[in-house]
Design a protein around this ligand. Structure first.
Ligand SMILES: [Zn+2]
Length: 272
């Protein structure tokens, strides 16, 4: 009996400590994403603004979790403020709204340059010849590292919303990398058919490559023809920014993305 009386207070002290910790976390989460910061970030995503209120509430919670789980580091002298962090975290949350934070468990940081950044790439072709090239990029997903972004590119997207979303594009590459190389084939859900995915994406990719000059307002970005990995990333960003482009040009791909992301942005964006 005495042991019970002694152990009871210890348990409650532990519980009190745990509650205090949870309260502190709740306070810091709330402070990291105030109503003002959330409203400002929401203005940068027409899809997030148009989604049902309960989805928006879940996205806000996910944005808070991303702000806590990932580091947001400026580089080349660039200072990242809290509204930039909130904006990036909100966009990163969109693809995994119905997948969960674990889909981003393989990486922990987002590096932000003030503008485009230069990378030195080196690769070996099928003949064993090593190629070196210098590229200026606005975004990059490193298979064993961070997501790298240009703030200037994101600022331009916010000024003129179209079918581009750099954060979603790079996050789509990260999802693609979950099961090996970036090849436009992310890990599918058990109720999805891998052969149907390969068939539908391959057919749409071939269609896009066969009409390289078919540019226009109702086409997806021709950069998608670069390779199957870019096709998946570009159709993913269009799926969440201008879903009609995927829906009209590549309906079978739209259905596959709908099954993979477990979201259906087209009717939501059409009813705005
Ligand atoms: Zn890409």
């Amino acid at each position: 009996m005495a042991a019970n009386r002694k152990s009871a207070p210890r348990r409650s002290v532990r519980t009190a400590g745990k509650l205090k910790k949870l309260y502190r976390r709740w306070r810091s989460d709330r402070d990291a994403l105030s109503d003002a910061l959330w409203s400002k970030a929401l203005r940068t995503s027409p899809y997030a603004r148009a989604m049902p209120k309960n989805d928006q509430t879940r996205l806000r919670q996910l944005t808070r979790q991303l702000l806590r789980a990932k580091s947001f580091e400026g580089t080349s002298g660039f200072a990242v403020n809290e509204s930039m962090r909130a904006r990036i975290a909100l966009h990163a949350g969109i693809p995994i709204l119905n997948l969960g934070l674990d889909y981003y468990a393989d990486w922990s940081s987002i590096v932000i340059y003030p503008g485009d950044f230069r990378v030195h790439d080196e690769y070996m072709d099928e003949h064993g010849v090593v190629h070196r090239e210098i590229m200026d990029l606005c975004g990059q997903s490193l298979s064993q590292g961070p997501i790298v972004l240009s703030w200037e590119a994101m600022r331009e997207e916010d000024e003129t919303p179209a079918d581009h979303d750099l954060v979603i594009h790079e996050c789509a590459h990260k999802l693609d990398l979950l099961n090996g190389d970036a090849n436009g084939f992310p890990p599918l859900h058990p109720d999805m058919d891998a052969r149907a995915w390969a068939h539908d994406f391959h057919a749409a990719y071939r269609q896009l490559c066969s009409e390289p000059d078919a540019r226009g307002a109702r086409r997806i970005d021709p950069y998608a023809a670069e390779d199957p990995a870019e096709f998946f990333a570009v159709t993913s960003e269009a799926f969440f920014t201008a879903p009609y482009l995927v829906y009209e040009n590549h309906p079978a791909v739209y259905k596959q993305l709908q099954r993979f992301y477990r979201q259906d942005p087209h009717p939501i964006m059409t009813q705005r």
